[in-house]
Every structure is written in structure tokens, then in C-alpha cells.
Design a protein around this ligand. Structure first.
Ligand SMILES: [Zn+2]
Length: 155
């Protein structure tokens, strides 16, 4: 079992800023610092839920203390969560684990971005995990049930 480490708020903040994220202050009501990065005309957004309690630098209770990385996509004017990376535990090596999770989320967005928009409804496309491996799907699925998909392995 890896050893739990204390992550200072200032250390985390500096690291996130160095990776082009900014702190989303309005989310502090959720009792943890949340960081955001958007790209491709703000179509894609990654949120990092730090698990760091604002002002103290201490972690939340064990069990709620992992750092989470979520990819959101803008559909019909609203951000929808589309993909969650594996959790990053607050242990030695968290920085390299976190950069891998962030890049996983970026790849999920980039796959969609490189495939242009959905040929059926013109919404953004995004990478998703499926039972038979990763695929590209229409982000409008949760809104209009547009079912356009394309296998990522046949590119
Ligand atoms: Zn579509």
C-alpha cells in the first residue's frame, strides 16, 4: 500500500497553473478546489477536482480524498460530463499519475476534435470507452439520442 502524502494548496495551485489550468473559484462551495482548462473554442473542458479543502491544504476524508479528472463537452450551450479518468490517489508520484490522467482526458477530446463534427447532427464528437474498446461518439447522445459512433481502431 502506497503512503498517503500531504499536498499543500500552494504546491497544487502552482503545478496546475504550470499545466494551463485555472482555479474555478465558484466551485469552492463544494469544499474542494476545482481547476479548469478549455480548448478548441471552449468545446472541450477538463475539470480537475483536487480534493484539497480551500484555505487549508488538507485532504478531504479518506474515501473522498482522490483527485478526479473529468472531460466535459459543450452541447447545445451546456457542458456535459463525457468521460472520467481513473482516480489519482494522494500518494507519492501523484504528479506523474495526474499528468497521465489529464492527457487521457485530452486524448478523448482530441479524438472527437480531429473527426470534425457529427455527420448526422453536427454536434461535437468525443472519444468514449466502450465494452469493445474506445470509440468516437456523438456528444448529442444524452440530449437527442443521436447514436452516431465510429470505431476508434479503424482510423
Ligand atoms: Zn450526432
Amino acid at each position: 500500500m502506497a503512503t498517503y502524502v500531504r499536498i499543500e494548496q500552494s504546491e497544487f495551485d502552482e503545478w496546475m497553473q504550470a499545466h494551463d489550468f485555472f482555479c474555478l473559484n465558484e466551485d469552492q462551495v463544494r469544499q474542494e478546489l476545482v481547476y479548469v482548462k478549455t480548448w478548441h473554442d471552449e468545446t472541450y473542458m477538463i475539470k480537475v477536482f483536487s480534493s484539497i479543502v480551500p484555505g487549508s491544504g488538507t485532504g478531504r476524508a479518506v474515501g473522498k480524498d482522490a483527485i478526479r479528472v473529468v472531460l466535459f463537452v459543450l452541447v447545445a450551450g451546456e457542458y456535459h460530463p463525457f468521460w472520467k479518468a481513473k482516480r489519482v490517489h494522494r500518494v507519492q508520484g501523484w504528479k506523474s499519475n495526474l499528468i497521465h490522467r489529464i492527457s487521457d482526458a485530452e486524448i478523448m477530446g482530441l479524438y472527437g476534435q480531429t473527426q470534425y463534427n457529427c455527420p448526422v447532427c453536427e454536434s461535437p464528437l468525443v472519444g468514449r470507452d466502450g465494452r469493445r474498446g474506445p470509440f468516437i461518439g456523438c456528444t448529442n447522445w444524452s440530449v437527442t439520442r443521436c447514436g452516431y459512433t465510429r470505431d476508434m481502431r479503424k482510423r
